[in-house]
Design a protein around this ligand. Structure first.
Ligand SMILES: [Zn+2]
Length: 95
């Protein structure tokens, strides 16, 4: 699946399920700062994708989205994922 197709799915879910303004949903938009989706919200988004597309999105992978350096990931790590991070991650799950 192409990146722009995955992006459209993300955008539709944000707009329809979370009531976010479509024009706010860009690849560069930060989930928390720009779209008010916190880490719990990201988990809920992941569950919605799992239900809709029969894919598996492990919590630990979701928790590492936007990690500045996955090799040094630990509990103190500051994550600030944007829509592109989520889209690229989901793309790996859609074959
Ligand atoms: Zn990290």
């Amino acid at each position: 699946m192409e990146v722009n197709e995955v992006f459209e799915k993300v955008k539709n879910l944000f707009v329809e399920e979370l009531g976010i303004d479509a024009e706010k949903v860009t690849m560069e938009a930060k989930l928390e700062a720009d779209l008010e989706i916190d880490s719990l919200g990201i988990v809920e988004v992941a569950m919605a994708f799992e239900d809709e597309y029969q894919i598996v999105l492990p919590d630990d992978e979701i928790g590492e989205l936007g990690c500045p350096d996955e090799n040094k990931h630990d509990e103190k790590c500051e994550h600030n994922p944007n829509v592109e991070d989520l889209t690229n991650y989901l793309k790996t799950k859609f074959v």
